[in-house]
Write a protein that binds this ligand. Structure first.
Ligand SMILES: Nc1ncnc2c1ncn2[C@@H]1O[C@H](COP(=O)(O)OP(=O)(O)O)[C@@H](O)[C@H]1O
Ligand SMILES: [Mg+2]
Length: 234
């Protein structure tokens, strides 16, 4: 469904991505793990058109998208949940969800998605009239995820959804991510917390200093001495 071919990206003369190849199959939940500064955010920004790659191609559903504008890429069905949540803090929870689905034509679909979101995040249903800015960090992350789902995406890009959250809240967010996957939404998740990522993803790509250094299923990666030592601390 998504194919990244030999992507290079530089900030000035500093290399952020080097010959990155990556493929995500339809309905899969893939994760990119790697330390701070590895290029994870840059990779997602390249996919959603916020950064133009210096070399390489991004192909989505058989079509090249790396020269399109971010709004055109969004229209093709890619939703990007950025690292800092970027909600409409003065609007209510429900208004934020409506903003997520502004491009949806189908009223019935809107209702379906809203039901799914409220079922997945009961907390958001209880607080639907509350201003987003007054939610806790975990609730804001839930809202960011929910808002992305409200656009009915074909591909969901998640940038460190657990960042700065307490372990219990992290677990709730990851339960929701699993549920989204079970509904059939293809997801590419970027995550510093390797343990969480390995537990949830079908396939994991290890990005270090802008390069994919390793990839595999959880079962394959946990056997690698380097993964054990660097990412799992065992
Ligand atoms: N806007 C920018 N300008 C210059 N350098 C940047 C910018 N954004 C990121 N970088 C650099 O690119 C590298 C990759 O960053 P990033 O993609 O944010 O990594 P990660 O998300 O894995 O922490 C880092 O060395 C970072 O300092
Ligand atoms: Mg990042």
């Amino acid at each position: 469904m998504l194919e990244i071919r030999k992507i290079y990206h530089y900030y000035g003369s500093a290399k952020a991505l080097e010959e990155v190849n990556l493929q995500v199959d339809e309905k899969a939940l893939d994760a990119v793990i790697g330390p701070n500064g590895a290029g994870k955010t840059t990779l997602l920004r390249v996919i959603s058109g916020l950064e133009e790659p210096d070399r390489g191609k991004v192909i989505f559903l058989g079509e090249r998208i790396d020269e399109l504008e971010p709004h055109e890429i969004a229209k093709k069905g890619i939703a990007h949940c950025p690292e800092r949540r970027k909600l409409f803090y003065d609007l209510s929870v429900l208004e934020n969800l409506k903003m997520g689905s502004f491009a949806l034509k189908d009223k019935k679909k809107f209702k379906e998605l809203l039901d799914f979101v409220y079922e997945t995040f009961p907390r958001l249903k209880e607080r639907k009239k509350q201003r987003a800015g007054t939610l806790s960090g975990g609730e804001q992350q839930m809202l960011a995820l929910a808002r992305a789902i409200m656009s009915d995406p074909k591909l969901l890009l998640l940038d460190e959804p657990s960042l700065g959250l307490a372990p219990k809240v992290k677990a709730q967010i990851f339960e929701a991510i699993k549920k989204i996957r079970d509904e059939g939404t293809t997801t590419l998740l970027v995550e510093q917390d390797a343990v969480l990522a390995l537990n949830v993803a079908d396939y994991i790509h290890v990005l270090e200093e802008g390069k994919i250094e390793m990839r595999g299923t959880k079962e394959e990666l946990v056997k690698e001495p380097r993964i054990k030592q660097v990412y799992l601390g065992i």
